[in-house]
Design a binder for this molecule. Structure first.
Ligand code: SME
Length: 146
């Protein structure tokens, strides 16, 4: 699946679905092999709370304090985090034994982080600059609908 085609499809989901977050995580999971687990966390007071997710297993991290873990760091800084090797990142909160790399993309509204897209991959160094650009565009589309 190429990123531009996916963006068109996602724009449809965002504009017309009654269940945007669930449909989006399912779409990403089904169309990108290197996206092994996808979650959307929403900011609630001082925490990130898991909204929708898709993947083989549930995570125990359904509530993450802002500032904690890779997810909490991205929420605190407002910047995308790419971790090529989760074993080498001290901030990493482990969810699945199979995870090798991770990307976390903040969703911002008027400069404020309101949520984020978190993707784990079973492949090492799975996430490229193109994944980052793609997912940042997806986050922008979502921000108007959260
Ligand atoms: N690994 C994340 C926690 C969320 S799980 O990947 C689903 C972190 O370090 O913040």
């Amino acid at each position: 699946m190429d990123f531009n085609t996916a963006l068109e499809k996602i724009k449809n989901i965002v504009d017309f679905s009654n269940n945007i977050l669930n449909e989006l995580v399912s779409y990403l999971y089904e169309n990108f092999n290197h996206y092994s687990w996808i979650g959307i966390y929403l900011v609630k007071e001082e925490n990130l709370v898991l909204g929708s997710w898709e993947g083989p297993n549930a995570t125990e991290h359904i509530k993450i304090p802002i500032g904690k873990g890779v997810c909490g760091s991205a929420a605190a800084s407002g910047k995308t985090e790419i971790v090529d090797d989760v074993k080498k990142d001290d901030r990493y909160l482990a969810c699945f034994l199979s995870t090798k790399s991770e990307i976390v993309v903040p969703i911002k509204k008027e400069g404020k982080v309101i949520g984020e897209i978190d993707i784990d991959s079973d492949k090492p160094s799975a996430f490229t600059k193109d994944d980052k650009l793609f997912l940042e565009k997806v986050a922008d589309m979502l921000s108007e609908h959260i």
